[in-house]
Design a protein around this ligand. Sequence first.
Ligand code: ADP
Ligand code: MG
Ligand code: MG
Length: 883
Amino acid sequence: TKYVYRFGGGISEGGSGDKNLLGGKGANLAEMASIGLPVPPGFTISTEMCTRYYEEGETFPDSLRQEVADGVAHIEKITGKTFGDPSDPLLVSVRSGARVSMPGMMDTVLNLGLNDETVEGLAKKADDERFAWDSYRRFIQMYCDVVLGLDHGRFEEALEIAKEDRGYNLDTEMTAKDWRALVDEYKELVKEMWEKPFPQDVNDQLWTAIGAVFGSWNAERAKVYRRLNDIPGDWGTAVNVQAMVFGNMGETSATGVAFTRDPSTGEKGYYGEFLINAQGEDVVAGIRTPQYLTKAARAKAGAKPLSMEEAMPATYAELAEVFAKLENHYRDMQDIEFTVEREHLWMLQTRTGKRTAKAALKIAIDMAGEGLISQDEAVLRVDPAALDQLLHPTLDPEAHRDVLTKGLPASPGAASGKVVFDADTAEKAAANGEAVILVRIETSPEDIHGMHAAKGILTARGGMTSHAAVVARGMGRPCVSGAGTLSIKAKEGVMRVGSREVKEGDIITIDGATGEVMVGAVPTVQPELAGDFGTLMEWADKGRRLKVRTNAETPTDCQTARDFGAEGIGLCRTEHMFFDAGRITAVRQMILAEDEAERRAALDKLLPEQRGDFTQIFEVMAGLPCTIRLLDPPLHEFLPHEDGEFSEVAKATGVDVETLKRRAGELHEFNPMLGHRGCRLGVTYPEIYEMQARAIFEAACDVADKSGEAPIPEVMIPLVATKKELDLMKAVVVAAAKAVFEERGRTIDYLVGTMIELPRAALMAGKIAETAEFFSFGTNDLTQTALGVSRDDAGRFLSTYVEKGIYPRDPFVSLDVEGVGELIEIAAERGRATRPDIKLGICGEHGGDPASIAFCEKTGLNYVSASPYRVPIARLAAAQAAL
Ligand code: ADP
Ligand code: MG
Ligand code: MG
């Protein structure tokens, strides 16, 4: 097998289609080289080698030695330099690169090929000693960190002390002599910590670096990142070996990162940051505050240091041309790394840029408008899950804001929470259900779990492309970065701005759209749903087949869902109405009743209340189908617990407390979720379902009489396992309907159907469909009953199951398509065979999960149902599934 693929100098043994083999970085380097962009030559060792490396006990096959030697020769030929040559050495970078970008998660070594001899040659050849020794100290530090695993803090400390001794503020003030001295110190440190001198053999350097990059695939932080982002562990990383170009050769050199459009707002315009006389990660690591790319951005921010457009106009113009070319070529917003070496521009990376939901929307709509992509492509471009960010509240512009300080608007959205200063504390607090804001001087990949747990992120250092900003945007967390006036004393548990102090645990609010940081919680308002959002939804609806309904049981939720485009109710859980303070006593009276007469007395009190609930809902949903599930949960959920509650029921019923307590004790169940619940309640106490059915039909008649438009009730019987259960319950509902229609002198169209949430019901669907006019797949319970996993207890072991790959994702979040999915397919098929026009829908939490929606489209269901805020997500996902 071939493992090494070359690029540069007119050769490209791959392209952007080869991400699986070459990793994203390698594939795009080859692609950029092939369209004539200035890419330093190099080669990529494929991800297949990574897999083999791990299979063979972290060793390389002999054949790779020759391939890599040929790859190095390719670079030497194009650059005219020789690897290890003391008079004119070739230096390379050894870069990781997985299929999908894992920003900052894996390792890279720059300036490889330097040793005590070659550094002198580099200095002479470049006629710049400062540059050569700066490069060498960088190399030693990176190599020791990445390859030898030595504590990088010691190196940083030595540099800080060196600067302090000389009275410098910035690294750039260090002279050639200073760097030389520091390199000596570094080498001493290596001897002390590693007990061997720093490796001088350049080939040895290269091979150990390649091994380390493959090794970084299994670093702890990379594993965490993969888990959070659903990236399989067996993909592996590629390794890119590439000729170095130098942004640290003085004032005519620079390094930078850029986006072809604003990744935060989606505004059209080049957007980025750069640093003169700097290298590699300097921009993102927040070593110095970076400079803006364009004059306009600098002016807007009121920043002093010149933009690249002003400081290096000719090179900037060249860069702008490259941006345009890349966007046209990839037909998407690009995230770019570049370096300027003595006015010469080099491209080091391009990839599809991560963006906020807001930017994703704007960019998709704008690009369709520009004719770069079609409307359907625009619909496919926006990640439905990311819409969540847009649908949630933003800070109320009218509310009072006690502004503490202002940083950069790094990732939009607003969040309030308690201040915490480290990732572990953030994770613990979040696990206890607390909202926290993670406050750090700057974040690093080690903070990922804390950033994920936090509601928002605030940093004192770093720009718009800093680690915190990039990761926060990817996660959809609001972020304010580079709040420079903030002084964080994590050890003391405080942060200060001037004389103001905020302690760990105090509540603050951050606004990622403006960069403001406020003391206390600031109230929020509902988002604006017109504009780009409305346009995209319109385009999505054109391509959508599945209907989208909502799970809702209050008029407010119903209205929210309708505003979000819901086309009916897929699940109205009537028991939620039973908990209301005003009626719980009557509910308890019904449950604790000794006989039917007592029970009916309680139900008579509940009837007008239920009718009132349904009337309000039907008013919002007039003309639309409304699936209403009759009482489902185990009765004990409603039981009184405290003495006070018992005596209230006693007062209402005239039965003494002791008797009530005895009755409550009798209702105890060992396994309530498989106990006396669902239609089993209706079978034993038909009068409960009778009351509910009557309330539904009376309310429907009321609304139809008043507004002229009737809802279409779909009365749903839960937890059916057999046709006979449904026959009995349907008879109760039909009788109630008939009685109400006679009393009211009118009729209403309605259906009676069942939830399919037991495996037996799925298998018996053909028979059940003789009675059922619709099926709604209750995938929460169906998952629970099919897997034999209790939803309420699964937390303890399910994450281990997912980690070990037993289930690819939490089956309560994303449908177990293989198993539970087959039950749904069987039920759909058998149901349709009996009743070809049977209506099929899904009402579990899965109805709002894009992957599960794709399955529903494939199975040909009629609709999905999701909670109100997930309705737009479902609309978009349904369109994407159909397109
Ligand atoms: P990451 O995936 O973490 O961004 P990269 O491999 O892209 O890591 O490299 C880290 C930094 O080093 C980037 O800023 C990149 O532009 C820079 N860099 C990588 N290779 C070279 C090179 N051959 N010449 C100059 N700079 C490089
Ligand atoms: Mg990079
Ligand atoms: Mg259920």
